[in-house]
Ligand binder design. Structure first.
Ligand SMILES: Cc1cc2nc3c(=O)[nH]c(=O)nc-3n(C[C@H](O)[C@H](O)[C@H](O)COP(=O)(O)O)c2cc1C
Length: 190
């Protein structure tokens, strides 16, 4: 009889431990990840899609109301749109097609991706994130560039936005392989 009672106690304790385990797993499965990015010519977009696929994350593309044409992006033309915006900071606050992410509050981890323009984050991305409240979120910056490093780009974004626990960012070459981007994603989410 005593043994049966002991057995019941043990079974109840084991069930409680199992339940706690299940709860822990489901809590982490419930954590939601978003990849917010801007991409003018597709390089950052390709990386953003690999990150989203690897992380099981949602994607949000920042789109200027007036998208940049190839001529707009010509940094060798002193009168191109991007050169004018670079030269006059007031012009960099470009209008966006969409200014908020659906269910923003539900995301715990946000990857923030952008191309490097003159050593800093391309401003359509900065314009977007400045309006977001990152309080309570883990933020992981990434960028693509021809040769520049991450430099101050992520630190400047962190300074310009509200809240967030900003992690070390990562710069990728414009032609980074999908496998390198996926490997990095797995390493930061460990
Ligand atoms: C206006 C402009 C400025 C750029 N400035 C830099 C730079 O300072 N350093 C660099 O390595 N690449 C620079 N690039 C190259 C881009 O960062 C690179 O091609 C990037 O992968 C483009 O990403 P996207 O295809 O997502 O727009 C610049 C490109 C543009 C259009």
């Amino acid at each position: 009889m005593k043994n049966v009672k002991l057995l019941k106690k043990f079974a109840a304790a084991a069930a409680a431990v199992m339940l706690a385990g299940i709860c822990a797993v489901s809590a982490s499965a419930a954590s939601k990840t978003l990849v917010v990015y801007y991409s003018a010519t597709g390089n950052t977009e390709r990386v953003a899609k690999v990150i989203a696929q690897t992380a099981g994350a949602d994607l949000f593309k920042v789109t200027p109301a007036q998208p940049y044409t190839q001529a707009d992006l010509n940094w060798n033309d002193s009168s191109s749109r991007v050169v004018r915006e670079h030269d006059d900071e007031k012009l960099r606050d470009v209008k966006l097609a969409e200014t908020s992410v659906k269910d923003w509050d539900s995301y715990d981890v946000v990857f923030v991706g952008y191309p490097i323009w003159w050593g800093i984050a391309a401003w359509p991305l900065s314009s977007f994130v400045k309006a977001c409240d990152f309080t309570g979120k883990t933020v992981i910056p990434f960028c693509t560039s021809l040769s520049s490093g991450l430099g101050e780009s992520a630190a400047l974004l962190e300074k310009a936005v509200r809240g967030g626990s900003w992690q070390k960012g990562r710069r990728f070459s414009s032609s980074v392989s999908d496998s390198e981007a996926a490997e990095w994603t797995r390493s930061v989410l460990k």
